[in-house]
Design a protein around this ligand. Sequence first.
Ligand SMILES: [Zn+2]
Length: 347
Amino acid sequence: MFFLEGYIKLALQETGLECSNRVAQNMPVGWYWVVLVFLAAVGGVIGSFLNVVIYRLPAGRSIIWPGSHCPGCGHPIRWYDNLPVLSWFLLRGRCRDCRMRISWRYPAVEAVTMGLFVVLGCWELMGGGHLPNRPLRLGSTILWAPYTGQELAALYAYHLMLCCTLLAAGLIEHDHPRIGGGVWVRLFWPTWVWGLAAPWIWPTVHPIPAFGPGPEGWPGRLLGLLDAGVGLAGGIAVGFLWTLMEAGCTRSAWNRFRNPGFWIPKVGSAGLVGMYLGWQAGLAVGLVGGLLWSLSGLVSRGLARHPADSSQTQQFSPVPFSLWLGLGSFLWILFWSRWIDRSKGLF
Ligand SMILES: [Zn+2]
């Protein structure tokens, strides 16, 4: 908990040096904790929902109805046994009715989602995300205005949507490597739609504009949409590149493209990174994430060939592409302004 307090202070200092974007600026310190506990609780509920999506979407079942029930005995889960993370530990990882083991992945997904909500909440919502003041065009002069609380909240929600989708996509990719394209479209479409709609409503959700402040007279909404479109194209290009690499490494190469389930997860999730974070992130996160994914693939093949224990037949599956992209996006959101500072002149 001490590290969080330090983190908030760091975020405030960092942003305070350069700009005046922060919701926590005039908030009494005690309120940080109220807000953080609230964000953690919302994160836990969303994490619980992601578990439902990861489990039910590939099975072609409704993610809304019926409510959660034990896969072993079918007994509906009581509300007090459905508390994120906490209930799993209280029940020691077993169903209350039939004592069937419940995978540790459920509380892990909830804990990761809570962490996302809290860390991004400290950094973006309360700390201003290390954002420089935004350019505001008034006639022919450009004003540098701080982000408003509403804009920071929009940015926070926007980034959470991306990270949560990539987390769910990564785990579905891990569980069902050969699933059809329909599942992927059903998973991605709300995030695709939101990715194009949000910059239209809040043009400032793209802190790195694709073309600077934009030509005079161009409405911010149009530029926001354009940023998202350019990013989408960049991300799709990188995702397609990695899909080609994967297809090229196997004998049945081109046949694999006939199955949309083969290329949609890669192209779709890399496209999302570009759409949500800009083309710079689409290229950087997409290329580095893809590289790590290929490496993890090589490592898992090596492990499968030379198992430490010969009686062990368990296959090691590589860490999924979307999960690398999710991790990369999270780090990009936290550190992009520093990386861009260092590589000025490149962009
Ligand atoms: Zn049960």
